[in-house]
Write a protein that binds this ligand. Sequence first.
Ligand code: SF4
Length: 361
Amino acid sequence: MAAEETSLIGVGTRQIVQIVTPLVDRPFRARQVAHWVIHRNATSFDDMTDLPKELRRALDTQFSLTEPRVVDLAVSQDESRKYLYELGDGSTIEAVAMAEAGHHTLCLSSQTGCAVGCTFCVTGVLGAGRNLSPGEIVGQYRTMLRDLGGEAARVNIVFMGMGEPLLNTRNLMAALEVLYETVSPRRITVSTSGLLPGIRLLGELERRPKLAVSLNAPTQELREQIMPISRQYPLDQLMACLRAFPLERGRRITFEYVLIRGLNDGVPHADQLSRLLRGIPSKINLIPLNEDPTHLTGLRRPDDATIGSFAERLRDCNLTVTVRWSKGSDVGAACGQLKGLHQRRSTASDHCRPAATPSRR
Ligand code: SF4
């Protein structure tokens, strides 16, 4: 098998053409290889049936199409699918394909753990991990797309899985460039806990994904309690940075808000939140906490009436609000939960959750 550095997964057309050109007799062959990899999602060089056999053999000896290996797949009653992957070094990550009307939203991981330590998040509780390579990021997308029998045109991508994507900006940007070849930037969202340098960097990109911010509290004091990262990047500075963020026409910033019983779920919090977001083109995604008594001890989900009142209050203030009623919670859909489950059996970012009698395939 070829070494990992020669994998063609996670690099774009131009680079693939450059890499394989020394092996081909005619230039269009290199473009054919790139087309098979990027657009036809080939898993082996043998699949590339319009290439001469000798070229396929030569490619196979020098390059690989290595992807993360799916070691568990849990399917929710609502048809959301949660994948547990094993990587080359034995570490594991998760990704989720959330079933929506007429399409899927693929929630990808960017790290094998997370050092940010949000208190409501299983991945944060499990601790820091390494950055994923562009190939490991793009590989999640490729495997899910095949599993869904899908066309790229019918998926949205959100970086809301394990890890803080803006702690892995270099590999994230490289992966985005590859993803843009089949998925429009308008269908890709990067979610951050509020890392200012990374947000500024995203703002400078010529082709930008959509931006989501995991906010979870309307005041500095409360945010520090829920998200320790807020000490390093205070709320006032975060809001100033977001007000300056260059938004394309018609775009809005999504604010995720995990609702935790008795902590951030009161009507006064909703009032503070609406004041905080005044003047920012925004959408608010309310996410009732996915309870996990093992890892998130003491944190509870608010009852439905409290969630409803919170959402109504925001709507009364003319804010656009969606409530992500639990999707795939039966399969541990909040990121990090499936990994946590496996760790418990054999030895989760919580902005993403697809909802309950799970089946495993
Ligand atoms: S919510 Fe996101 S940023 Fe926070 S600990 Fe979890 S993975 Fe990290």
